[in-house]
Design a protein around this ligand. Sequence first.
Ligand code: F6P
Length: 332
Amino acid sequence: MTDKRKKLKRIGVFTSGGDAPGMNAAVRAVTRAALANKLEVIGIRRGFQGMIEGDFIKLRSSDVSHIMHLGGTFLQTARSTEFRQEEGRAKAWSQLKEAGIEAIVVIGGDGSFAGALEFSQEYDIPFVGIPGTIDNDMYGTDYTIGYDTALNTVVEAVDKIKDTASSHGRIFFVEVMGREAGQLALKAGIACGAEIIFLPEIQSEEKELELFLNKGYKQKKHSGIVMVAEGDSAGGAFKIAEKVQKEHPEIDVRVSILGHMQRGGNPSATDRVAATQMGVAAVEALLEDQKSIMVGLKNEQIVHVPLLKVVKMNRGIDEELLKIQQVINSVL
Ligand code: F6P
């Protein structure tokens, strides 16, 4: 039998964009899968910025021991403005050539994939992407690394907020991350029993909120949680709460912005397993001579999706979950 696998000697791996719990598990899986296939692995520190600066470290198996349970990314990450310039990318290319890196696994969101795609169109180097962002907003995969952990972090925080909300009879506006996508807010809102969920993808929440305040809160319920995705067009939790306070001065309103705590913490088992599946699949894909693709998960099976599609298409909101939320909250 002839070995059709691509002859690679050395690959690079890096994390990019916002960190997400499970990125370390993905780096570990890429490293171990590569070493199992007799490839050398170079960790590129601080994303594209580290690539420009040649901030590389050789990864041995022992270098990725005891990291899979840790949040953040031990390779660190960055949002590099220099890489957006042709000059920056040229510097990155010469660093990669000098280090003998022949193919790369990029772990990040669609902004990072757009950078990788542009780079691979200018220079001859294959990239395979692993979706890593707490937003779970990427086209072509059911799942992005970090989402499950962030979701559980939000649920734990809101459960605590609910205790104080019901003790004081208050309405809390809880803002969760998601500049352009409401997946995290939607699922967290369902899991926490939020009365209303403000999402960037939907415009009708203000009417629902008014209905809840007048018919639900004032007549039946004595506290409430309004979940707000930070990118919602109403302007975020503070703005919505301010408006409600003005229009209903008798209601006791509070705001809680969960912020970057959502990105930290030990990855959940789901994130560790998904990261490991995708890490191994990414190395396999490079050995199969694939380029400019993302490895994703659909119905828990690995899929390959062209990076071009991932960066161009929108995942959109989960309509089924949206319907469920509307049914549950239609009874005031
Ligand atoms: O994309 C992940 C994410 O956490 C978004 O939900 C959030 O809007 C953004 O990153 C925040 O980015 P930064 O940490 O750079 O402020």
